[in-house]
Design a protein around this ligand. Structure first.
Ligand code: ADP
Ligand code: MG
Ligand code: MG
Length: 251
């Protein structure tokens, strides 16, 4: 599914190297978590994968199945099946949530050479999926994320994910600032979307999120590299001892 090899990234305008050889393989249907101290490059990794401006890949590669992600424009990456949930979802005043979702879904279908969904078909699907994620119909009519609570924004993001049916979902600290109930809703949403053809990369500071979203593999990122990988017990170790022991162990 996702295959990242020796990825080196620096800021476009500065010499500062941020990613210094990231190696990561996520298989189909797997859920991987990335933890790590602040500033270790976790967000940079997700931005570079999604194609955000301002970064320069100086070495290495990133493939989604057989597609070279680094060769694609951001919208082509989305059409290839990549989805990135942001730490701070954007508010779009004046654009209804339903309109936004329909535009996004149809743009993606177009990029994949598929026919647009009719208004009626779209409505049916969005209502079904919203219901299964416990999103009320009212939220579908409001402008995108405007005045939404933290939990509602996150649920809305999960709905976007459910509508776009990505193969590879990256959630960057999507749990930041959430209370326990909202965090549970997000995990339930993710778990509902788990599928043998869909993989997740969950970037988080909190072991407790991983109690709900049970990852197959946990990675620790530090100073621009993945320095240790293991099972869910690695997240518990971080919770109890912090990163110092692991960082000392790997030098
Ligand atoms: P994390 O998500 O693990 O906290 P980031 O990827 O946000 O880490 O940041 C990694 C490092 O790169 C940090 O030292 C951060 O200050 C730096 N960095 C990232 N993006 C920029 C930028 N646009 N301008 C300056 N420094 C940046
Ligand atoms: Mg950070
Ligand atoms: Mg970050």
């Amino acid at each position: 599914m996702l295959d990242i090899k020796n990825l080196h990234v620096k800021l476009e305008d500065e010499e500062k190297q941020i990613l210094k050889g990231v190696d990561l393989k996520v298989g189909a249907g797997e859920v991987h978590a990335i933890m790590g101290p602040n500033g270790s490059g976790k967000s940079t990794l997700s931005y570079v994968l999604s194609g955000r401006d301002g970064y320069e890949v100086t070495d290495g590669s990133a493939h989604l199945d057989d597609q070279d992600l680094l060769d694609l424009e951001p919208e082509e990456r989305a059409a290839a099946g990549l989805f990135l949930a942001f730490q701070y979802p954007v508010e779009i005043p004046g654009v209804g949530n339903m309109t936004f979702l329909r535009t996004a879904v149809n743009a993606q279908r177009k990029a994949r050479g598929e026919e647009e969904l009719s208004a009626a078909d779209f409505l049916k699907i969005v209502r079904e999926r919203a219901k299964s994620l416990k999103i009320n119909a009212d939220m579908l009519k409001r402008p995108v994320n405007v005045g939404f609570s933290g939990g509602e924004k996150k649920r809305n993001e999960i709905l976007q994910m459910a509508m776009l049916e990505p193969k590879m979902c990256i959630l960057d600290e999507t749990d930041s600032g959430l209370d326990v109930d909202a965090m549970k809703l997000v995990s339930e949403g993710v778990n509902a979307l788990r599928d043998e053809g869909r993989s997740f990369l969950v970037i988080t500071h909190y072991q407790r999120l991983l109690d709900h979203i049970k990852p197959d593999v946990v990675h620790i990122m530090a100073n621009g590299r993945i320095v240790k990988s293991g099972g869910p017990e690695l997240a518990l170790e971080v919770e109890h001892n912090g990163y110092a022991d692991i960082l000392a162990e790997v030098g």
